[in-house]
Design a protein around this ligand. Structure first.
Ligand SMILES: [Fe+2]
Length: 324
């Protein structure tokens, strides 16, 4: 179970509340005026609007329906990662990663995701951002679908979440009411039989990058730490303190060449980490292709994915399973 520091009403807890208030004000200001130059914002806005319009025009056609049905095929990737320094009590610990659900983009995504995860049992579930597609749309219907998806999963230590670049600060409280503990540049500790692992989750760093996210990764406790970050773009900040980095954002490319190579990664750096398993300075990373589709309501040569990871204590490190 999670460990929390400090007692209810303690000065430490008041500091945490104050920090969250400051975080929310900063994030809301950034949502109103996103990062980037005038031209990059203009390009992004034009590209997003164009893709949305194209998607909406194609959706009712026969081709559109077939493309959407194809996008809703979601695979389960089972992996195990081996670490020589994993605390023995966590040998066999399982983590279900759900990412990039984009529940409000293609109708039926919630049903498809719920079918995919129904009956899966894991020690922990992590949601690594982009629960929704349209940051300005009403939150309620998306959260109802998320609750439906999570209702079929059996998790012993709960659900942790972070925000993606399509999510908003306004989603934090309702997601916590659903039972998802949101990590806003924060670390939680999970204890088992007197041993501990730590999990640091950051705010989205693709469009909403702040120094606070870098500092949270740099200040992670000594010991076995896992980073949850929406995109692989700050793997270099995490590698000093983290053994495993779980992310999404890229959708594995979403539209790929026949060999599965992404045409567009949506990454500003670390583009080679756009999908699957990678290693960076001794840290193991996994970029999940995610559940939903963004903007264009389809996927080509790039099936959706949920990931079930088993942590193993082993002498050499390395991974087993998966397709990368
Ligand atoms: Fe996404």
């Amino acid at each position: 179970m999670y460990e929390t520091s400090g007692l209810e009403g303690s000065a430490e807890e008041q500091d945490a509340e104050e920090r969250r208030r400051a975080w929310r004000a900063r994030r809301e200001a950034m949502e109103a005026a996103p990062n980037g130059t005038k031209w990059s914002k203009h390009f992004r806005r034009t590209y997003h609007r164009g893709a949305h319009v194209a998607g909406r025009l194609i959706a009712p056609t026969r081709y559109g329906r077939r493309a959407a049905a194809k996008a809703l095929r979601i695979g389960l990737t089972e992996l195990s990662f081996e670490f020589p320094d994993l605390p023995p009590a966590f040998d066999g610990y399982t983590i279900l990663q759900l990412t990039d659900l984009h529940l409000d983009n293609i109708e039926g995504t919630g049903h498809a995701a719920a079918r995919r995860v129904a009956g899966i049992e894991a020690d922990l579930c992590v949601i690594t951002g982009d629960v929704r597609d349209n940051i300005r749309a009403p939150i309620g219907p998306v959260l109802d679908e998320l609750a439906y998806v999570l209702s079929g999963v059996g998790v012993r230590d709960g659900v942790l979440g972070i925000l993606g670049n399509h999510d908003s600060a306004a989603m934090v409280d309702p997601m916590e009411q659903l039972g998802v503990q949101m990590l806003l540049n924060e670390t939680v500790t999970i204890a088992r039989r007197g041993e501990r692992i730590h999990i640091t989750g950051t705010d989205d760093i693709h469009l909403f990058h702040t120094e606070e996210a870098d500092q949270a990764l740099a200040a992670a406790p000594r010991g076995f730490c896992i980073a949850l970050v929406h995109s692989p773009e700050i793997a270099h900040h995490a590698a000093a303190r983290h053994r495993l980095y779980l992310c999404g954002h890229t959708h594995g490319g979403q539209v790929c060449l026949p060999n599965g190579r992404p045409i567009i990664t949506g990454l500003k750096r670390h583009r080679k980490y756009a999908r699957g398993h990678w290693e960076h300075d001794g840290m193991t990373g996994y970029t999940c292709r995610g559940i939903g589709a963004s903007l264009l309501p389809t996927r080509f040569n790039c099936e959706g994915e949920v990931v079930l990871i088993t942590l193993r204590r082993g002498p050499h490190g390395g991974s087993h399973g998966g397709d990368d």
